[in-house]
Design a protein around this ligand. Structure first.
Ligand code: IFM
Length: 443
């Protein structure tokens, strides 16, 4: 018998999150496949290649792993370039593979959450300007209208677009994603088109499936002024917060996009989210820096005392998860933590990171904030975009050469949490004794 337990509400969704290009392998018809073939784009010239070989059929054994370890939900994404390989050609055999996946989940009493756009675009779309082109929102809607009728008997929860803020910052503001541009004017255009794409998709999904729940997943960064007493640190913090965290989702409330230096009315976007997907990984401190106009005169860095992930990519700041949920709560709609996790090949930080972040979610649940589920990123090691295979986010490790899965201790930790529907003192004692006293003081 555990001495104490932080319980989650009955029916809470416990799952892992995955995305098509990062898991399936053999995706050769999208912008990332092309990007990976360009020298210098991906660390050590690595490629997604076979990835976790889901397209070769290994999705089933991995989902079986999720099911066997007590998960009752799973988030996956649909690869647009497979369903619509050319502008005027549909591949319904490919669509059928996704139908099989979600049917499998439903047959195993696991709730599917399906993302319709997760970073990748078909090559034919990119050739016509991709999301810079004002015609793309309607093309996205067309794709969505093709997918929904096939999957709607099994899927009720839809994320239209994953992390549009990351997609745009990384692709158009000097970041490492395709198309590798650095152009704020074009970035603003892409923001507008993605919001319209979301809005068109939202309306199409509701037309085809009135009971559906539709949202987006935002990458929320907890941003704090490095020196709370210093006004100049607050200015870039506020601007970055508006641009990165707020701009997209606020527009889905009232149709008014506020990019600080540019305001755009997008009335069709008003009232287009039924839930909000929160992807939270870390917090940044922001310090005024006159010489960094590109980041609104602020420099970002991790809190000095925060433990870092294996390659230093993520700082473990669980309080930022609480910030993220507080932020999401102001929309007054259900909240789903659609991603949270840490790259940790040796599984040293992951147990503690997972427990501490879930503890913050539990705190938020106890304020009666409407948090419906948690999807850990990720089930199995995945292709990590420009960082290739150098970062390992899976509960299960993956040997990319042999496709062997490696059971990390976090598999057992997450299984224990899912089965308990909570975090007990016994679980913490077993998997992260170093934080037992912090979580259960005096017990
Ligand atoms: O792997 C990514 C995912 O595609 C989007 N959110 C962050 C994850 C970890 O970097």
């Amino acid at each position: 018998m555990p001495e104490a337990t932080y319980h989650f509400p009955k029916g809470f969704l416990w799952g892992t999150a995955t995305a098509a290009h990062q898991m399936e392998g053999q995706n050769i018809n999208n912008n990332w496949a092309e990007w990976e073939n360009q020298p210098g784009r991906i660390v050590e010239g690595q490629k997604a290649g076979l990835a976790a070989d889901w397209w070769g059929g290994r999705w089933q054994e991995d989902l079986q792993r999720a099911y066997d370890s007590g998960q009752n939900a799973h988030r996956l994404s649909i690869e647009w370039s497979r369903i619509q390989p050319e502008a005027d050609r549909w591949d319904d055999k490919a669509l059928q593979v996704y139908v099989e996946m979600v049917r499998w989940l439903v047959n195993h009493k696991m709730t599917p959450l399906v993302t319709l756009h997760h970073f990748t675009d078909p090559l034919w779309l990119v050739e016509t300007g991709g999301w810079e082109n004002g015609a793309t929102p309607a093309l996205f809607e067309k794709f969505v209208r093709h997918v929904i009728p096939a999957l709607k008997d099994y899927v009720n929860l839809w994320v239209t677009i994953n992390e549009p803020n990351v997609y745009i910052m990384s692709g158009w503001v000097g970041g490492p994603f395709p198309p590798g541009k650095n152009n704020l004017g074009l970035a603003a255009k892409v923001v507008v088109n993605m919001i319209k794409g979301h809005a068109f998709a939202y309306k199409a999904i509701h037309e085809l499936q009135p009971e559906a729940q539709v949202g987006i997943a935002i990458n929320y960064r907890s941003l704090k002024a490095a020196r709370s007493w210093f006004l100049l640190d607050h200015i870039p913090t506020k601007i970055q917060n508006q641009l990165y965290n707020n701009s997209f989702t606020d527009t889905l409330v009232d149709g008014k996009l506020n990019l600080v230096f540019k305001k755009v009315n997008i009335p069709e976007a008003a009232h287009t989210q039924d839930f909000i997907g929160v992807n939270y990984y870390s917090r940044d401190l922001v310090k005024f820096n006159l010489f960094n106009p590109g980041e609104m005169f602020g420099s970002r860095f991790y809190p000095k005392d925060a433990p870092l992930s294996a390659t230093g990519f993520i700082a473990d700041v669980p309080e930022g998860m609480f910030d993220a949920l507080k932020w999401a709560h102001r929309y007054n709609i259900p909240i789903i933590v659609t991603e949270n996790g840490v790259e940790d090949n040796k599984d040293i930080l992951r147990p503690r990171y997972t427990i501490e972040h879930l503890h913050q979610i539990w705190r938020a649940v106890n304020f009666n904030w409407r948090i419906k589920g948690y999807f850990h990123w990720s089930l199995v090691d995945n292709f990590e975009w420009e960082r290739g295979w150098t970062q390992r986010f899976g509960l299960w490790g993956l040997d990319v050469e042999t496709q062997k899965r490696i059971r990390r201790p976090s598999v057992d930790l997450y299984e224990a949490i899912c089965k308990e529907n909570g975090i007990s003192s016994e679980i913490v004692e077993r998997f992260a004794p170093e934080i037992r006293e912090k979580l259960f003081p005096g017990i």
